[in-house]
Ligand binder design. Structure first.
Ligand SMILES: Cc1cc2nc3c(=O)[nH]c(=O)nc-3n(C[C@H](O)[C@H](O)[C@H](O)COP(=O)(O)OP(=O)(O)OC[C@H]3O[C@@H](n4cnc5c(N)ncnc54)[C@H](O)[C@@H]3O)c2cc1C
Length: 143
């Protein structure tokens, strides 16, 4: 782990309060900088924000907890861990896709089931290969 040079007395403006801007602001502040985060929206989070309407909550961006090691490394830098701030729960299905024609596809961590459920009913569309599904389910596994 590299140490950022001492930035005491330096004023830094971070534009954007998404994951990127917020994490950069944390590292800079830790290095002693006087950090200001400018966010144009009313809430922080950027693409990882949430829309609430009519009693429903919609995730506006990420659904998959990809690259958990990146989050772990970030928190570890500050002597913390993700579990200090949030709990992960494995969802079943992980994800449900609704198609216009009323059909739907449940995405879960079972490779064989995913291959079978996405098998085309007509020969035109290509069948997703194992290599598509494997990374997705692997990355949604709990720590
Ligand atoms: C539909 C969708 C699904 C996704 N699914 C996944 C997923 O499953 N897993 C995953 O890991 N990632 C997923 N991603 C990607 C992930 O959401 C982004 O990579 C991540 O949130 C980007 O963070 P960021 O801080 O780089 O940028 P952003 O989240 O875009 O943050 C940029 C911030 O800057 C602000 N801003 C921009 N211009 C200005 C300005 N001039 N002044 C002030 N503020 C400004 C914006 O309002 C925003 O808050 C998905 C993204 C989308 C859109």
């Amino acid at each position: 782990m590299y140490a950022m040079s001492h930035l005491s007395g330096t004023e830094v403006l971070v534009v954007g309060g998404g994951f990127g801007g917020l994490s950069a602001a944390c590292y800079l502040a830790d290095a002693g900088a006087d950090v200001h985060v400018l966010e144009k929206n009313e809430q922080l989070g950027g693409r990882a924000s949430r829309l609430e309407a009519d009693g429903f909550r919609f995730d506006m961006g990420p659904s998959w907890y990809l690259m958990p090691d990146v989050f772990e490394r970030f928190f570890a830098y500050f002597g913390r861990e993700p579990g200090d701030y949030y709990d992960l729960q494995r969802l079943d299905p992980h994800y449900r896709i609704f198609f216009k024609d009323g059909d739907r596809l449940d995405v879960n961590g079972d490779h064989d089931e995913m291959r079978e459920s996405s098998r085309p009913t007509n020969p035109a569309p290509a069948r997703p290969s194992t290599s598509i599904w494997r990374p997705a389910s692997a990355t949604t596994r709990r720590r």
